[in-house]
Every structure is written in C-alpha cells, then in structure tokens.
Design a protein around this ligand. Structure first.
Ligand SMILES: NC(=O)c1ccc[n+]([C@@H]2O[C@H](COP(=O)([O-])OP(=O)(O)OC[C@H]3O[C@@H](n4cnc5c(N)ncnc54)[C@H](OP(=O)(O)O)[C@@H]3O)[C@@H](O)[C@H]2O)c1
Length: 331
C-alpha cells in the first residue's frame, strides 16, 4: 500500500507517522510532503525519508492508495478532491469537509456504520469534539442525551508547531507573538478561533456541529466555551449533560467502563500530563448535579491526547477499518 502524508513535518503529520509504525499498518511505501522540500525531513521505521513539496502534479503522479492530510486547512481541500477523483482514499485532518452532506465523520469506536461502500473521503473530526464524543456516545446510546454544556481546557499543541513554540518562547521571556489571542504563559485564553456574529468562536462552532453529526443527534442542545491553557498536549473538558431518563452514577459508570477506548475512573482525578502520548480517553469525577441518588443532570471531567485520539490515531484507525473491510488488496 502506498501511503502519503501531507503535512508530514507538522505535529499531527509526525504523530500519524509514529502511529502507522506502532500499529504495524501494512505500508509498503511512505511518501512525505510538506509546504517545501527537505532532503531528509522525517523518519519512518528507523529510516530518514525525503519530504517533497506539495503540488497537485507531484501527488497525482505519485498515485498513493491512501493520503492523510495534516496540512493547513486551506492548503489541501482542492488537492484532496483531485486525489479522490483519481482513486485515492483521503483521510483528512483539516476541517474542510467535516460537515459536508453525504461525507461520513467517523470515530471508529462510535459510528463505524457511517461508512458507505463507495466512500473515499474521510474527514477526521475536530480534536475536542472527538474527545467529547468518546465519552458522550456510550451515554447517548444507552440512555439518550437531552443537552450538553462543555467548557474546555485545550493544550497549545492544538495550534500546531506554532502553538508549542509560542508557549516555549513566552516561557523564555519573549513577548507574545500573536499565535494566541492573548499571552498564554501563566494565563488562560477564552478564545480559540475567530468570533462569529453570535459570539461563539470557530472552535466552539466546530465542537457543536461536529458533535451533533457524530452522535447522529442533530437536535441535541449543546453549548461550548473553548479555552486555551498553557499545557503542552492533551485536551481536558468539563462536561455537564442532561439525559432522557433518571439514572445513577453506578449505572452511568458501568456504561462508561464498557465503552471501547474509554477509561472510567470511579475515584480520583486525571490530568493532561497523565494521558500524554496515549490513545485512550479518560473520564473522572462523574457526579449528579444534585446530591440525589438518581438524576437526569450530571457532570464529568474528560481528558484525551488530542494529537493522538483527537487526530492521528483516529485517522489511522479509519484506515484500519477500511483495510478490515477489504478495501486495499495487497499488490
Ligand atoms: N494540532 C492538533 O491538535 C490538531 C488536531 C486535529 C486536527 N488538526 C488539524 O490538522 C492539520 C495540521 O495541524 P498541525 O497542528 O499538525 O499543524 P502544524 O504543526 O503547523 O503542521 C502543519 C503542516 O502542514 C504543512 N503545510 C503548511 N502549509 C502547507 C501547504 N501549503 N501545502 C502542504 N503542506 C503545508 C507544514 O509544512 P512545513 O513544515 O513545510 O511548514 C506542516 O507539515 C490542521 O488542519 C489542523 O487544524 C490539528
């Protein structure tokens, strides 16, 4: 299988390379691309690989079976469609196609059934929405959700290499460079993305719309406040949710304990540093809004590494699903 990674020098692209390696995905040829050429830009399976400049001509000539897009949001949309037309399966971490009609938005543990036989374009959802849906989907399936409110604590690596560098520079005493809406060192910034006319940010809109799509619940009442915090990696989320029928912590805890890809902590806390570079989403501090034994309103704390489960791992898991469906016949 010929696999292309566009944006291979970025934080998501680099993580895709590692996850492909770790999970022994049957890649025969790995083709790496970025905004510009480098002689030995990335490492895959212990070998240094050249990185090519991303051009339509080059990619179409290279004819990958699968192309992972992990480049800037505007760089890849047209190219992704050209590759799909040429027969390549595209797994796209940008936001370009996530809400397009007829395009599945898949978390393999949540909605693998959304994939149709002829699909060749697979957007990977927003990282905050993936972490959220991993915890909400089992509850939606078991009991049904009426409403969700989420406040997030998002790592700087969510803004890519530039985000990591901005925090490191500020820690060294350099002036903020505008990567974030306000200084990030010793601060929290309640703006991720640009504001729309209604006062939500782009990130908040993505979390709301993509969560509804992935849960298959277009009428779900959901509100989000997304906040950048000076954490290197892994997003945390304080989630308030209302369910269709009264339930208890034991019952909901049992649902979460059974959920694939989720670790439920009955006691104690979990922090972003605990889950760095891991694939599971952790749920802790599950409790009813009131002190009553059963309730329809609950709160929980959800943490997941957004570069792995929120992006690279989810993307590679989609490829694994397609391989399991017999999409790629070995040469
Ligand atoms: N970071 C996250 O937590 C996260 C999570 C989910 C989704 N995403 C999405 O994943 C994508 C990549 O994000 P990232 O965080 O990995 O960003 P990043 O660290 O800034 O990396 C961006 C990558 O895209 C390449 N690139 C930039 N412009 C390009 C162009 N015109 N053509 C081809 N390649 C180009 C860069 O190449 P050079 O090295 O040559 O500049 C680099 O390899 C974005 O769409 C982002 O929204 C990010």
């Amino acid at each position: 299988m010929r696999v292309a990674v566009i944006g291979a020098t970025g934080v998501v692209g680099g993580t895709i390379l590692r996850v492909l390696e770790e999970r022994s995905v049957p890649v025969d040829t790995l083709l790496a691309y970025a905004s510009r050429e480098r002689a030995d830009g990335v490492t895959f399976r212990g070998a240094s690989l050249p990185v090519a400049a991303t051009t339509r001509e080059r990619l179409l000539a290279d004819r990958p079976d699968v192309a992972f897009f992990a480049s800037s949001d505007d760089a890849g949309a047209e190219l992704a469609l050209a590759l799909v037309d040429a027969g390549t399966t595209v797994i796209d971490n940008t936001s370009a196609f996530r809400l397009a009609d007829g395009v599945p938005l898949v978390i393999p543990e949540v909605n693998p059934h959304a994939i149709q036989a002829g699909d060749r374009l697979f957007p990977v959802a927003n990282c905050t929405a993936i972490v959220l849906c991993m915890a909400l989907a089992p509850i939606e399936r078991a009991i049904g959700l009426r409403a969700v409110h989420v406040a997030t604590y998002q790592a700087v690596s969510g803004a890519g290499r530039a985000g990591l560098e901005a925090l490191a520079d500020e820690e060294r005493g350099m002036a903020p460079n505008g990567t974030f809406a306000a200084p990030i060192f010793r601060n929290v910034v309640p703006q991720v993305g640009a504001f729309d006319g209604d006062g939500d940010t782009g990130e908040e809109q993505k979390v709301i719309a993509e969560t509804r799509k992935m849960l298959g619940n277009p009428d779900l009442r959901i509100a989000a406040t997304t906040v950048r915090v000076p954490v290197m990696r892994a997003h945390s989320e304080a989630v308030f949710f209302e369910i269709e029928e009264p339930s208890g912590v034991d019952e909901l805890g049992a649902v979460l304990r059974e959920a694939p890809g989720v670790v439920f902590h009955e006691h104690g806390i979990v922090t972003p540093r605990d889950v760095e570079d891991t694939d599971l989403v952790h749920v802790a501090r599950l409790r009813p809004e009131t002190g009553d034994e059963t309730d329809t309103r609950f709160q929980m704390w959800v943490v997941g590494d957004q570069l792995r489960k929120g992006a690279a791992t989810n993307a590679v898991q989609i490829l694994e699903l397609l391989i399991a469906q017999g999409r790629f016949v070995p040469a």
